[in-house]
Design a protein around this ligand. Structure first.
Ligand SMILES: [Zn+2]
Length: 45
């Protein structure tokens, strides 16, 4: 069961940020196509 879920997510195309173009690792439907860094919710290292 768990393996099937993992495969499902791995098969999803990478979601790219509409602002910086980087892949969005932490997907959240509320934030659309913008990554957390661009939104300002996640500080850069
Ligand atoms: Zn971004």
């Amino acid at each position: 069961m768990i393996t099937g879920i993992v495969e499902f997510f791995e098969n999803l195309p990478p979601k790219l940020c509409s602002n910086c173009g980087k892949p969005i690792e932490e997907q959240h439907e509320c934030y659309g196509n913008t990554c957390f860094t661009c939104i300002g919710l996640k500080d850069l290292d």
